[in-house]
Design a protein around this ligand. Structure first.
Ligand SMILES: Cc1cc2nc3c(=O)[nH]c(=O)nc-3n(C[C@H](O)[C@H](O)[C@H](O)COP(=O)(O)OP(=O)(O)OC[C@H]3O[C@@H](n4cnc5c(N)ncnc54)[C@H](O)[C@@H]3O)c2cc1C
Length: 492
């Protein structure tokens, strides 16, 4: 059988493209190397409880906001979304001071202006830029591209330089950057475009799921199957075979071959290139450029099962930093000095949470020693490292949550874990490192030199649930046309 579209990888990007194209009459097949779909969004179960891997919150879901129309189309608006605190959905603790991010641009401005009255004018300018950025992220998809002029410019501007030039108070710069563990806060590379995107939708409105991120995965997977699409797990694509300048079939590790007219890759672009062993289209110039791309750092996560009735549910995310200068806290060989603390909504109707997640950046350098090992077989020194990092995270979080005592059961993951489960190079959390010094090379297009191969996912334009969704629509616009995609998005 020949499929209209074969998608390599069923992470969020692959699932969203599969859903959109299947709903539009294409016969779609998703090939996933893992035992379940979802990639970074998959959940796992321990001691009868479900834990999330790569999902804690998302922004912009209200009517008229930046993710509403896309999520409506994808059937994701009906999930049990729970709005985080209006007057402090994110809270940033630096030393012993705490600052709150309020939802809504005006409330966000007002709240921080009260804390930093001397910076009112700069804060107003910043808020206007955030608003513009939220509007323009989708405008790049408009058939005539109107309103998107600012995007390329912001891709070539340093986020750090922008903040330094715009604000006088270094503490305010730290506060504004303090919720940015959800991107790679790196002075030398982070583009303003990525920084604004990583903040704007959450300020529009911020939401947590009552349940795990797998609700998103299951909704999309069910939608694909309902429209005749197929998802095959434990199917690692090993080769994409080209004939007469076009891809013709995918070969999986179990020897199965799947024929297709169009191929979309949701995996890392360097891995995509390596799947095409012989090509008259993909020249070494393109391959070398893609293989040479750097990756963002990974994450160390601690999932804590807290004892029953010991910790009240808190309806916000807490970012705790030991000391100021949040842009350097992730550097190698330093103790953990910044952590994101997020808790799970009680599903039993009580006011106590049973799960808390702690996240802190972790570089590949810190993991390199165990590069050649596999999950569960990395030895005592690795266990020691994980235990000491978990303890540091808990100690930091405990400054504001004294209820987090030693007896909690915990599960940890490192970039090695991510690498082994999703095959992502270096266990990178957010894919290819976007770089304001080289935007043309690091913000990738869905198109490739092979005419029937497109790319999607967090490695291209933007990461996170919001960014990957936007990117999926970009990819599908290459198949269905911009006019069609714009019609969906205008239907807010
Ligand atoms: C710790 C952490 C926390 C996060 N928290 C949030 C959050 O709170 N909010 C938010 O918006 N975003 C969050 N994110 C980011 C978000 O989860 C990701 O941006 C998004 O899920 C990436 O989706 P993707 O489809 O691009 O890639 P992936 O999820 O990496 O999907 C790629 C898929 O391809 C499969 N694959 C790889 N190679 C092959 C092959 N050869 N053959 C077949 N299949 C293959 C993999 O198994 C995987 O399923 C977080 C990420 C991390 C790491």
């Amino acid at each position: 059988m020949k499929y209209d579209v074969i998608i390599v990888g069923s992470g969020l990007g692959g699932l969203e493209c599969g859903y959109i194209l299947s709903r539009n009459g294409r016969h779609v097949l998703l090939l996933e190397q893992g035992g379940q779909p979802g990639g970074c969004l998959q959940a796992y179960q321990r001691c009868g409880q479900f834990f999330d891997t790569g999902f804690h919150y998302v922004g912009g879901l209200e009517s008229g906001q930046s993710l509403h129309a896309a999520f409506k189309y994808l059937g994701l608006l009906n999930l049990p979304w729970h709005r985080l605190d209006f007057d402090g959905f994110d809270r940033v603790a630096i030393g012993d001071r705490m600052f709150a991010f309020a939802q809504g641009y005006d409330a966000f401005y007002q709240r921080l202006s009260d804390d930093f009255p001397a910076e009112r004018v700069a804060l107003r300018r910043y808020v206007e830029l955030l608003k513009q950025s939220a509007a323009q992220q989708w405008a790049v998809l408009s058939p005539d591209g109107t309103g998107s002029d600012l995007l390329p410019e912001n891709m070539a501007i340093s986020a750090w330089e922008y903040l330094k030039e715009n604000f006088q108070d270094p503490l305010l710069i730290d506060v504004l950057s303090g919720t940015s563990l959800k991107m790679e806060l790196r002075k030398e590379s982070l583009p303003l475009f990525t920084f604004l995107h990583g903040n704007s939708s959450f300020i529009e409105s911020s939401w947590r799921l009552k349940g795990s991120g797998s609700l998103i995965v299951n909704t999309l997977a069910d939608g694909i199957r309902a429209t005749g699409g197929e998802i095959i797990c434990n199917a690692q694509v090993q080769e994409l075979v080209e004939k007469d300048g076009r891809l013709t079939y995918a070969v999986c590790s179990n020897g199965e071959r799947y024929e297709g007219s169009l191929f979309i890759s949701d995996i890392h672009p360097a891995q995509t290139c390596s799947l095409i062993k012989q090509s008259s289209r993909m020249k070494s110039l393109y391959r070398n450029r893609i293989v040479g791309l750097e990756n963002t750092f990974g994450m160390f996560t601690v999932s804590l099962c807290v004892p029953p009735r010991s910790l009240h549910y808190f309806n916000y995310n807490l970012y705790v930093y030991r000391e100021p200068d949040v842009w350097t806290f992730h550097q190698d060989n330093r103790p953990v000095s910044g952590v994101l603390v997020s808790c799970r909504i009680p599903e039993d109707g009580s006011e106590y949470t049973q799960q808390v997640d702690l996240l802190t950046p972790m570089t590949w350098e810190q993991c390199r020693t165990w590069d050649c090992t596999k999950v569960g077989r990395r030895g005592a020194s690795y266990r020691c490292l994980k235990e000491s990092m978990a303890e540091e995270c808990i100690t930091l979080a405990r400054q504001f949550l004294p209820e987090l005592k030693g007896q909690a059961l915990s599960y940890t993951s490192t970039p090695l874990t991510w690498r082994d489960y999703t095959l992502v190079p270096e266990g990178s959390a957010y894919g290819v490192r976007k770089d304001f010094r080289n935007p043309l090379q690091t913000f990738l297009s869905p198109r490739t030199p092979v005419p029937n191969l497109l790319l999607t996912g967090q490695n291209l334009l933007l990461h996170g649930v919001h960014g990957v969704t936007l990117t999926a629509f970009h990819t599908c616009a290459e198949v269905l046309g911009r006019e069609w995609v714009w019609k969906i998005l205008e239907n807010k």
